[in-house]
Design a protein around this ligand. Structure first.
Ligand code: 3HC
Length: 287
């Protein structure tokens, strides 16, 4: 492809929290967006989230109703990957399932334009492995956004073993066009942010399990003593306890280092279905 100036249409696969957030950011940056998922109800949920987010900006006077309508008009839902045939960059943001992601990458590879870039928002699956599921591994790259995607500035740009310089530079420039700050990292388990952040959350779960302090106190010490905007347990509730556990499992199995062993309390809460904000209860309870 060329350069970032050739990018007009962006495909997003997965309309969950991250996918819809990324779709919002892309549409707000002027791109035509196709938001794909396996069912219409998932897409409608994703679009409703975007409408709610933009609606709040209108209420606060940060955006006009017309601007919101223009942004929404750039987003089109789709339940078929074939609809992404004409997109220039595709960002995959489906659930963290290795086999499912590889399947999506193989399908996108056969459907999308030869010069289209295939990016993944995975939080833990090696980009090198996803690249190997395609016949264009040099055009596969990680674009890791952070929750809430419309707010968080960082995009970790992850370079697989096979990613070309051209691809890496293009997505870095794209992240800038989307109002984000790209930071380049290599393809190691958990990449860079999650390798540091999620073991901290895991340690906070150990502190709770061992009775070092209450959940409220653990969050308070990190907010007041380390200036974190949220405590680690509140943050786990925002990310999803299942996602945190999954990242710890990846770090533990890929590095084989006991320092990454997942906290048994984290595992129990996931088994109990206490996944955080999305289920109304994780380390904390939500209305
Ligand atoms: N979606 C969209 N916008 C949101 C939002 C959401 N879910 N939550 C908050 N915002 C917006 C608000 O509307 C507000 O916008 P404004 O400045 O234009 O009025 C702005 O963000 C600030 O929100 P609030 O005043 O309500 O609250 P805070 O100042 O406490 O900020 C926060 C909320 C941005 C979530 C902040 O607490 C924070 O930065 N928390 C840490 C988040 C974090 O670490 N995320 C990374 C998670 S790890 C990850 O995603 C990687 C994955 O692979 C696991």
């Amino acid at each position: 492809m060329k350069t970032v100036d050739n990018v007009r249409k962006i495909g997003i696969v997965g309309a969950g929290t991250m996918g819809s957030g990324i779709a919002q950011v892309a549409a707000q940056s002027g791109y035509e967006v196709i938001l794909n998922d396996i069912s219409d109800s998932f897409i409608q949920n994703g679009i409703a989230k975007i409408q709610k987010g933009l609606g709040k900006a209108v209420e606060k006077g940060k955006m006009t109703k017309e601007e919101m309508a223009n942004i929404m008009s750039r987003i089109r839902g789709s339940v078929s990957l074939e609809d992404l045939a004409n997109t220039d960059v595709i960002i995959e943001a489906i659930l963290e399932d290795r086999a499912a992601k590889k399947q999506v990458f193989a399908s996108l590879d056969s459907i999308c334009k030869q010069d289209a870039i295939l990016a993944s928002n995975t939080s833990s699956i090696p980009i090198t492995e996803l690249a190997s599921a395609t016949k264009r591994p040099d055009k596969v790259v990680g674009m890791h956004f952070f929750n809430p995607a419309p707010v968080m500035k960082l995009v970790e740009v992850i370079r697989a073993v096979q990613t070309s310089d051209e691809t890496k530079e293009l997505v870095k420039a794209l992240a800038v066009k989307m109002g984000k700050v790209p930071v380049e990292v290599n393809d190691f388990p958990g990449f860079c942010t999650n390798r540091i952040l999620v073991p901290m959350i895991n340690e906070a779960a150990y502190c709770l399990m061992e009775g070092v302090a209450s959940a409220e106190a653990i969050d308070q010490v990190m907010k007041l003593g380390a200036n974190h905007p949220m405590g680690p347990l509140e943050l786990a509730d925002l990310i999803g306890l299942d996602v945190c556990l999954n990242i710890m499992e990846v770090l533990y199995s890929e590095y084989g280092d006991p320092k990454y062993r997942p906290c048994p309390l984290l595992r129990r809460l996931v088994q109990a279905g206490r996944l955080g904000r999305k289920t109304g209860w994780g380390f904390h309870k939500y209305e």
